[in-house]
Design a protein. Structure first.
Length: 348
């Protein structure tokens, strides 16, 4: 028989259910703003429903992707500037989906922390909603986990889950051939890969996140936290031409390892490194670390965040479609019969 001396609550263990409920109410308007055709209900249920027919699909194939933001989160947490890492989270998922030929439809997030700070969490999830808005993707659900003992109080982690669809037979890559053109879509910065090395480079430089940036205006952290470019809308425009053969999202592994994923067996690519201007951030990182060119090209995107592939005669139509969505693309090379990625020139 209990002596009644316990009296513990979940809050005493470090989990505040009321704070979680308050966060859900706070983010409902941001999630609602991402609604698109096909969404069947709002936040708060045990699951979220999506109507593919209402989204305009006749014979759809579903495609899914999941990803995180990596140690870029460490910079966001340490500086208190957490409002844009949600965009990174969405970008890492939806940019992968579109490379399969699938239009991203909806997104769910997982936010885990040691102690729920409603303001910080709301900023993160509002950033996720902004990323979904940019991708024309509905934020239809998620999970907020308060896990004392697993994370330090101010720390948090993020994971994202995106689902897209395409009509049966619409899978990319398709029909890639020797001589096809590589069209580079510029990156906004480092995006969300290579940050363990980035943090090591900054540590060895002796700079703090708040110090003036040595290669641009404002504090260094602003440049390192520049959110990942979301390519969904321009990629959909390119898809709609009917002339796009493949897309490659340049993430971990850089140009050297991601472009081959968009090429059929037996083909490779040659890239002219002088065909685009390297962003200043990459010049600084490479110089500070003393990276050789091969290491830089398999660690960072080096200024190209996605590559589209098309036949040479069709490339102008693809470039026009990209320009219509604000992308100033550049031809960076060709598909070749030599397996692997080779480079001419030097990064400038």
């Amino acid at each position: 028989m209990s002596d009644g001396k316990n009296g513990l609550t979940y809050a005493d263990a470090g989990v505040d259910i009321d704070a979680g409920n308050a966060l859900v109410e706070r983010i409902k308007p941001a999630a609602a703003a991402t609604k698109r055709p096909g969404v069947m209900d709002g936040l708060g249920g045990f699951g979220a429903m999506f109507d593919l027919k209402a989204a305009g699909f006749a014979d759809p194939v579903l495609v899914s992707a999941t990803d995180g933001v990596g140690t870029k989160l460490r910079i966001a947490i340490d500086t208190g500037h957490v409002g844009t890492v949600g965009i990174d989270l969405v970008a890492m998922c939806v940019n992968d989906l579109i490379c399969q030929g699938a239009v991203p439809l909806f997104f769910l997030d997982y936010f885990a922390t040691g102690k729920l700070n409603i303001e910080n969490a709301a900023q993160v999830i509002e950033g996720i909603a902004e990323g979904c808005r940019q991708a024309n993707t509905a934020l239809i659900g998620g999970e907020t986990a308060e896990m004392p003992g697993m994370y330090e109080a101010d720390d948090f982690d993020l994971a994202g889950f995106a689902v897209g669809a395409m009509e049966r037979g619409g899978t990319l890559p398709r029909d890639v051939a020797d001589g096809d053109v590589l069209i580079g879509l510029p990156s906004s910065g480092v995006h969300s890969n290579g940050y363990s090395l980035v943090r090591k480079i900054v540590e060895q430089s002796g700079l703090a996140w708040s110090d003036p940036c040595p290669f641009g205006d404002g504090p260094l952290s602003n440049h390192l936290l520049e959110p990942t470019k979301i390519y969904v809308r321009p990629a959909v425009a390119a898809l709609n031409t009917g002339k796009l053969k493949a897309l490659a999202h340049i993430t971990g592994g850089g140009l050297s390892e991601n472009l081959p994923r968009a090429l059929p067996g037996g083909l490779g690519a040659e890239i002219d490194l002088t065909s685009w201007q390297r962003l200043p951030i990459f010049g600084w990182l490479i110089a500070q670390a003393g990276l050789d060119q091969a290491e830089a090209l398999k660690t960072f995107n080096c200024g190209i965040g996605m590559i589209a592939i098309a036949a040479e005669d069709d490339a102008p139509e693809i470039e026009t479609a990209l320009a219509g969505e604000g992308i100033s693309s550049v031809r960076i090379g060709r598909v070749t019969q030599d397996i692997g990625v080779t480079y001419s020139g030097m990064l400038t």
